[in-house]
Each structure stands twice: as structure tokens, then as C-alpha cells.
Ligand binder design. Sequence first.
Ligand code: FAD
Length: 444
Amino acid sequence: MKKQRIIVAGAGPAGTVTALKLSQLGYSVTVIALPRPFSACEGISERVLQGLQNAGLHKALATIAAPSRRNANWNGSNSEANTERLIRRDLFDQALLQSLQETGIDVINGRVNKVEVNVERCVVSGKDTHNLPIQLEGDFFVEARGRSTPSGKQPRMRGPETVSLLQHWQGDPVTAQSMATSFTDGWAWMAQFSDGSRYTQITVAADAKDFPSKSGLQEYFLKRLKQLPEALPFYQGATPRGELVARSSTAILTHNPIDDASIRIGDAALAVDPLSGNGIFQALSTALVAPAVINTILQKPHSKAIAQQFYRERVTHAFMRFARMGRDFYKMETRWPEQAFWQQRQTWPDQQPMHEPVVPQQVSVVERPVVKEDLIELEDVVITPDQPLGIWHLAGIALAPIVKDLQTQPLVDNETLASRLRAKGFDGPRLQALTSWLSDQGIA
Ligand code: FAD
């Protein structure tokens, strides 16, 4: 049988991880990738590192710096509790591209300009880096152009309009570290690498009255930066490298990220506020499920509605979770309640709590779509108000049969949760994970 062809636009973390998995599943994958036109620095947590390891992206991992101190000055108090991993996106993105090329995936260096998706086909056109035309036809299209993805006719939800101004500097070698700090109408993030490469970034409302036009950006940026004493050590004695870059950082959710022949992944589906520091994590999360969704649509068309529903719900749920997390972080800054910047972000997207309290009566077992052996299939999962999409496995154990058992046969007088679970063969860390989760829900 002829291999089905999948075209991926963009080779950031989302596009790369998805392309690698689709290729492993036996599809003929072509990636069209344009390098990011500026040097950016970003910070990631250890769980993103784990995600990159799981995806086998060893070259990209090798570009990531050792953990460095992360300072924060928020609501007037300083904290130095955290560390983070700093990434230079130009090096990281080059390494992603290399992993694709090494795996034998067809990579075209170029720009996608037009995408036409019909019921079962896609036609992608653009120009390669030698200005030669690209014209490809495929069975499925993966949109992974990040925030540059055209919105098209897609309905989207947008958070408060936000922009980040980023300047790269070079100075003498220093101790690697980063710092986040809030100010009257925005926040800043600074980072420096041991080789003296430094980045200063300020984030403000894109619709603020004093936000300048393009020609005034440099002056505006330097004026705002100089007002921040915490930023001084990050650029003092250093010289600017390259131009100031303005990056949109408005949170954006695409309401319908999937149809019969295309899917949006990573920032193209849901772009979160950089304050959450979770953009790359989110990109990897969509890339972990997208291949199974595509595989289902192409191999089991009778299950495509389930796969599409699964993906839509996952994307919306993740976006709302990160939007509320960002809101709660903005709320921790209480010094400028009269400022529109803080008012808007402390109330968006809604006032729903991050975590819903759970009572045992709200815990139920229902059939829902899950990722099973590279396909989306219906399985019994456990739903709670805090986990509305359901939990299928906990510590590798199917949870629904255990919850069903406890709901239909409650513990008797001298029986404990642990003894019931031990009798079912669970011990060690698995027993601990189950008892702790079930007790938290008040089930036993
Ligand atoms: P991207 O990484 O954006 O990849 C998209 C790729 O598509 C790029 O290589 C791009 O060049 C390419 N492309 C664009 N147009 C075309 C085209 N027409 N044809 C072909 N290719 C194209 N996340 C964190 O985890 N930590 C942080 O500290 C952090 N800081 C951030 C700061 C700011 C100001 C912003 C805006 C974002 C930040 N993020 C951070 C978010 C992070 O950058 C993204 O969430 C993540 O890179 C998304 O991955 P992706 O693969 O979806 O898209």
C-alpha cells in the first residue's frame, strides 16, 4: 500500500516531535521549516527536559544550559528559591532540525505561504531558501508555524493584548542566572549565560496609551529598562547584539484546531502567556497526542469524530488551565490595583478557581477517548470536577476498575484502603500513588 503523506509546516518543538512520531508510525513526512529570524532566550523546567528526553531529542538537549538560579521580585518580595534551564532558541531550533534530518525525514528549508485543505487532501505552497517554488500535495497537513500561523477564518479567543520587547546583549563571562520582576504596568525577565550572552525582555500591554509605534520602540524600551534597578546587572558593561525584537505574547486559543485533513499543534493551536513559562511544555503536550489523533483519522475514519472531540477538548482544557494559572500569578501582585495592565490580567479569562474541590459523590466512571497504542479509543476513565477530561491510568494502573470496585463495595469495618488494594496485588510506589489519590478525592 502506498504510504500516506503528511506535510508539517514549522519545525519548533511541536512540529519536530510530531513529525518524528508520524515517521515512526510509517507515514511519509515532509517538513517545511523556516528558521526563527531572531535570537531569543527562554527558560524551561525539568519536566520539559524530561519531555525532550522522552522524545529522543538528544541534540536539542545538548544545547540546554545546566540549571541556573532563578530570582523573582514580585509584589515587592524577593525569592531565590527556584532554578530553571536557559535555552538559546537559535541553537535549540537548529538542533531540532538536525534530528529531523538525521532520521531521514524530508526537510525543505523554506517558507509556507499558502495552505489549501479539502476534505481529504491538502495542497501546500511556498518558496524555498533559493527562492524556488514549493508545491506539495498530501493526505494530511500539520500546522506548526507557532504564533506566525495565519488565523484564517478560525474563531479564536484572545487574552489581553500583550507584547514583549527583547534585546540580546554580549558582555564579559558571568554566573548564569535569570530574574523576573514586576513593575507599574508590566513585568520583565532577564537572563544571562556564563559566556556573557545576556537577554533583557519587558512585557507590557500592546494597547497601552504610551506604547509607541515601531520607530519609537528602541527609545521606549531603553527608558523602561533603565527604570528597573534589577535589570541593571544584566546589561551593564554589555553591548547590544542585533536589533530589538517585538514578540506578541497575547494568549490565543483556536477554537477548532482540527478538521478531517489538518490539525493545529503547539502555539498554532494555543499560545499561552509567557509569564507561565509553559509554552514549550504546552507545545510538547499537543505533539504527544497529535500523532495518535492523525493516525486515527487516517486509519480508522469511523472513529474520527471521537479523535477530533478528544483533541478539541484537550486543547481548550490546557489553554484554560494555563490562562487561570497566569491570572493567579498576576493576582499575587497587589501594588498597582488602579493600573489597567494588572486589572485586565487579574480577571481574565474568568474567576473560576484553578482547582475545583472534590467530594466523593462527584467522582464517576464514564467512557471517554484516550490515547491507546497510537490511536484514540474509548475507555472507562475516572472523572472529577478537577479532572473533567478523565484519568485513565495512574502510575500505570487503570483507575476506573478500582474506583468502580470501591463505589460498589465500600470498605467494611476492619478493612483499610491499603489492605483492599494490597489484596488486589498492589504494593510499593503503586500502592502509595493509589492510596494518596483516592484519599485526596475522599473516596476512602
Ligand atoms: P515555534 O517554536 O514558534 O515554532 C514555529 C516554527 O515555525 C519556527 O521555527 C518558525 O520560524 C517556523 N515558521 C514560521 N512561519 C513559517 C512559515 N511561513 N513557513 C515555515 N516555517 C515557519 N516558552 C517557554 O517554555 N519558556 C519561556 O521562557 C518562554 N518565553 C517566551 C517569551 C515570549 C516573549 C514568547 C512570545 C514566548 C515564550 N515562550 C516560552 C513560548 C515558546 O516560545 C512557544 O510556546 C514554543 O516555542 C511553541 O512551540 P511551537 O513548536 O508551537 O512553535
